[in-house]
Ligand binder design. Structure first.
Ligand code: UDX
Length: 440
C-alpha cells in the first residue's frame, strides 16, 4: 500500500517507520526543512528506543522516504495519515489549524481517490470538518454545482502508542480502532493493519475519536485516583505501594497506571484531558470529574514541594540536586514534565538547582534558565542539601549510594516516583521520603 504520513513527530515517525517495516511504501512529510534534512541523512530528530535501527532498515529496503512537500507525497499515496500537532489553545480547546491547512493542501492537489486518516488526537467531529475542508478546496474540475465528482474518504485511526516503548506498542497494539464511513475505507485500513494480526474494532469516525478521548482521560483519572489515595495514605499511615498492589490484583482494576508520584506529564495526557474538558463544556456537559483529575494532578507537584519545604526548613540558597527531567523514562521529551514545574517552584523560593537526565539534557538546557546541568548522577548530588528523584530512569537504581551520600552536604532524598529502595537508603544513612508511604 502507498502511504503518506503528514507530520514527522513522535506519532508520525513511529507510525511511518513501522508501517514501512510491515511492508508498505511510506513517505514521511514534515514542514520543518531541518527535520527532513536530518531524516534524509539517516538521523532521528527524537530519541525513541529501536526506532533508528528500524528506520535504517526500511530506507535500505527502499520502503521509506522523506519529503517536505504535502503535495508531492499525497499525490503518490492512496492513504494519507495526518499526524500533525494539535496543541492546546489558551482556553484548553485543541488548535486544529495544522489539520485544516494540511487538509486544504491535500485537496488542492487531489486528482484520484484518497483516504485521509486522522491519527492525531482530535476533538470529536473533526472528521466532518476535514471532509468539508476537502470538498471546499477540491480543484474546480471535480465540482459540478454542489456535486463532488471525485470520491474520497475521511477516517479516524487513533494511535495509542506510548513514548519510550513506541515501536513495541505500534507493532503489538492491544487493539486497532478504525472509524470509517465507507466500506472502501474499512477495506483499505484493514489491509494496512493485516500484518499486525491484532484485534480490529470498526466503528464510525465520531466514536473512534471518542475512544481516544475517553481512553487517555480514563488513564489520567486512574493516575489521579491513586495520587489522591497516596495523600490519604500519608495521613493514615498506609503505604500506597501495597495499596496499589492490593487493588491491582483485582482483575477488574488492574495494576497498571496505579503508580503514585508527582503526577502525569508529557505531550498527551495534560493536553488531552484539557481538550476533553473543553469539548464537554462547549457541548453543554460539565465533566466535573475530569476537572478534579486535573486539579489533583496539579496538587501533586505543589504537595511535593511543600514536603521538601517542611523537611528542609529554609529553601532559600539551598542547593538541590535533581535526578531526571524527562516526563518519564526512556524518552528525551520534557514537554509538560512534572520536573520543570517543580524546579520552577523551587527556584522561585530561592533554591539553586543542579540537574541530571540521561537523555533530556539538551532540551533541558534550552528550557531551564539558571539550572546547572550535570554530566552524571554523582555530579548532580555533589554538595547538595537534598536530592530529588523526578524521573524513574533505571540507572538511578544502579548508582553507588555510599558515594552519593558522601558527596552530599546533607543525605536527604525525596523520591517523587517511589522508585528507590527506601529501607536500603535509610540503612545507608539517608533521610528518605516517598509519596504516600505513610509519613503521618
Ligand atoms: C500516553 C498514553 O499512554 C498513550 O496511549 C497515548 O497514545 C499518548 O499518551 P505517553 O504520553 O507516551 O502515552 O506516556 P504514558 O506512559 O502514558 O505516561 C504519561 C504520564 O503519566 C507520565 O508522566 C508518567 O510518568 C505518568 N504516570 C504513568 C504516572 O504518574 N503513574 C502511572 O501509573 C503511569
Amino acid at each position: 500500500m502507498k502511504i503518506a504520513i503528514i507530520g514527522s513527530g513522535y506519532v508520525g515517525l513511529v507510525s511511518g517507520v513501522c508501517l514501512a517495516h510491515i511492508g508498505h511504501q511510506v513517505i514521511c512529510v514534515d514542514n520543518n526543512p531541518e527535520k527532513i534534512k536530518k531524516l534524509k541523512k539517516g538521523e532521528l530528530p527524537i530519541y525513541e528506543p529501536g526506532l533508528l535501527e528500524l528506520m535504517h532498515e526500511c530506507v535500505k529496503k527502499k520502503r521509506l522516504s522523506f519529503s517536505g512537500s504535502v503535495k508531492d507525497a499525497s499525490a503518490k499515496a492512496e492513504v494519507i495519515f495526518l499526524a500533525v500537532p494539535t496543541p492546546s489553545k489558551p482556553n484548553g480547546d485543541a488548535d486544529l489549524t495544522f489539520i485544516e491547512n494540511v487538509a486544504r493542501e491535500i485537496a488542492q492537489s487531489m486528482d484520484s481517490y484518497k483516504l485521509i486518516v486522522e491519527k492525531s488526537t482530535v476533538p470529536a467531529e473533526t472528521g466532518k470538518k476535514i471532509r468539508r475542508t476537502i470538498q471546499l478546496n477540491l480543484p474546480r474540475k471535480f465540482k459540478q454545482g454542489h456535486k463532488i465528482l471525485l470520491d474520497f474518504d475521511v477516517a479516524s485511526n487513533p494511535e495509542f502508542l506510548k513514548e519510550g516503548s513506541a515501536v513495541h506498542d505500534f507493532m503489538n497494539p492491544d487493539r486497532v480502532v478504525l472509524g470509517v464511513e465507507s466500506a472502501r475505507a474499512e477495506k483499505l485500513l484493514r489491509e494496512i493493519y493485516k500484518p499486525l494480526k491484532t484485534k480490529i474494532l470498526v466503528t464510525n469516525t465520531a466514536s473512534a475519536e471518542m475512544i481516544k478521548h475517553a481512553s487517555n482521560s480514563f488513564l489520567a483519572t486512574k493516575i489521579s485516583f491513586i495520587n489522591a489515595v497516596a495523600q490519604m495514605c500519608d495521613r493514615v499511615g498506609a503505604d500506597v505501594i501495597k495499596v496499589a498492589e492490593g487493588m491491582g490484583l483485582d482483575k477488574r482494576i488492574g495494576r497498571q497506571f496505579l503508580d503514585a508520584g508527582i503526577g502525569y506529564g508529557g505531550s498527551c495526557f495534560p493536553k488531552d484531558v484539557e481538550a476533553f474538558i473543553h469539548l464537554s463544556d462547549k457541548s453543554g456537559y460539565n465533566f466535573s470529574l475530569l476537572k478534579e483529575v486535573r486539579k489533583i494532578n496539579d496538587h501533586q507537584r505543589l504537595a511535593f514541594v511543600k514536603m521538601i519545604e517542611e523537611k528542609l526548613w529554609n529553601i532559600k540558597d539551598k542547593t538541590i540536586g535533581v535526578w531526571g527531567i524527562a516526563f518519564k523514562p526512556n524518552t528525551d521529551d520534557i514537554r509538560n514534565a512534572a520536573a520543570l514545574e517543580i524546579i520552577h517552584l523551587l527556584q522561585a523560593e530561592g533554591a539553586k538547582i543542579k540537574a541530571y537526565d540521561p537523555k533530556a539534557a539538551d532540551h533541558a538546557r534550552k528550557a531551564l534558565k539558571g539550572v546547572a546541568i550535570a554530566q552524571d548522577p554523582y555530579e548532580a548530588a555533589e554538595d547538595c542539601d537534598c536530592l530529588l528523584l523526578l524521573t524513574e530512569w533505571p540507572e538511578f537504581r544502579e548508582v553507588n549510594f555510599v558515594q552519593v551520600r558522601d558527596a552530599m552536604r546533607q543525605a536527604v532524598i525525596f523520591d517523587g516516583r517511589n522508585f528507590l529502595d527506601g529501607d536500603q537508603l535509610k540503612e545507608c544513612g539517608f533521610d528518605y521520603y516517598g509519596i504516600g508511604r505513610g509519613r503521618s
